[in-house]
Design a protein. Structure first.
Lengths: 113, 113
């Protein structure tokens, strides 16, 4: 069965510092990996995806993620955090047959001024 | 509107009442998904449509849950005889064909009292 794990419930960083939100995956075959962000009382907004190609994927709002096959990881990163980045972040893997997404439990990012 | 639209945004139902949640996907999107998100959790897959065909309903928690997409566009998720454990945010997402990202609506928050 395909799954993703987000080992941190919460990540705290100071504004201007780099941030990392961790995600590891378990899939059979080639993984299709995604990061979404959720603000309070809002739906999920797509940030970036890895389908194939370069291991470093660039996405919206200055976020990027590094696909690491040997470590089965897909960590989300940003060089300089903003207070407005504070939100709930979800990593997900796509089921190859149906396209449904299997989500991690989410990581709350808190960026303090 | 270019995005996925869900209605109502909020629904309060008395236990035992039937409810219907509507999803208007992005025009032309073949795939439509319903997810259930409990408080503080990641979204959990409920069901998947490809056009009007319901190809996967493995995530529906009980036979009280029913979804349809009769003309391959708008979809309705119906919950009969609501129970308190049905309280959650119900998210709809649509996507074109292929390994691309899904676009989410803002969700319907269902509270069963």
């Amino acid at each position: 069965a395909q799954s993703v794990a987000q080992p941190e419930d919460q990540v705290n960083v100071a504004e201007g510092n780099p941030l990392t939100v961790k995600c590891t995956y378990s899939v059979s075959g080639n993984p299709y990996l995604f990061w979404y962000v959720q603000y309070p009382n809002r739906g999920l907004q797509f940030l970036l995806k890895y389908i194939t190609g370069d291991n470093l994927v660039k996405g919206s709002y200055g976020f990027e993620a590094e696909f690491n096959k040997s470590q089965t990881s897909f960590h989300l990163k940003k060089p300089s955090a903003l207070v407005s980045d504070s939100a709930l972040y979800f990593c997900a893997v796509r089921d190859g047959d149906t396209g449904k997404l299997i989500f991690g439990q989410g990581t709350t990012l808190q960026v303090k001024p | 509107g270019a995005g996925v639209s869900q209605s109502p945004r909020y629904k309060v139902a008395k236990r035992g009442q039937d409810v219907a949640l509507r999803c208007d996907p992005i025009s032309g999107h073949v795939s439509l998904f319903w997810y259930q998100q409990a408080l503080g959790q990641g979204p959990e897959f409920l069901t998947y449509f490809q056009n009007e065909a319901q190809l996967d309903k493995s995530g529906l928690p009980s036979d009280r849950f029913f979804a349809e997409r009769p003309e391959g566009s708008v979809s309705t998720l119906k919950i009969q005889r609501t129970q308190q454990e049905d309280s959650a945010v119900y998210l709809c997402a649509s996507s074109p064909t292929g390994p691309t990202e899904a676009f989410f609506g803002q969700g319907t928050r269902l509270t069963v009292v």
